[in-house]
Design a protein around this ligand. Sequence first.
Ligand code: BEZ
Length: 212
Amino acid sequence: MSSLRLGDTAPDFTADTSMGTLNFYDYLEDSWGILFSHPADFTPVCTTELGTAAKFKDEFDARNVRMMALSVDDQNSHSAWIKDIEETQHTKVNFPIIADVDRRVADLYDMIHPNADDTLTVRSVFIIGPDKKIKLILTYPASTGRNFYELLRVVDSLQLTSYHKVATPANWEKGHDVVVSPSIPTPEAHQLFPAGVEEIKPYLRMTPDPRE
Ligand code: BEZ
């Protein structure tokens, strides 16, 4: 068990999944990745989450993000549960679910929090960059389903801020104004962002989303 932090290299692994044996790095290639765990198969919140993730796949594809889910149940359980997800959520489960029966990957990513539950994984999310570094970690309890709009929003922010010298303010959405990185002097900011820089305070400079 290790405690992973932002900026750490995402551990590689090879695991049985609902789409066969996969090596994580080979699966990701040069894409971004989302690895997310859920507590158990045949549970209501998880059923809605995996159905929602499947419906969001086109949006993640458009952002060059590949998803991989995990639970500590086995392959047969996953296969039967996927049928239920497809029936009840009206979608096709179009990404792999790791059958982490021996909890090897869950331990590698510290997805079991014993004071919450001894055996089941919490709802962890790891967003991994093309450089295989961990860019974001989220942890939700079993009782709270995740918001996949927020995952898309955060991917938009991570991708924008990794290619431009900006940061995204509270409740930012794609297309809204962004903050000029504090390390950029204002004269340089005017050159870098020809669409305009508004200096509200010397440390608070706004500019239009440079991708728009
Ligand atoms: C659920 O996915 O619905 C769930 C799983 C474990 C505990 C509580 C809820």
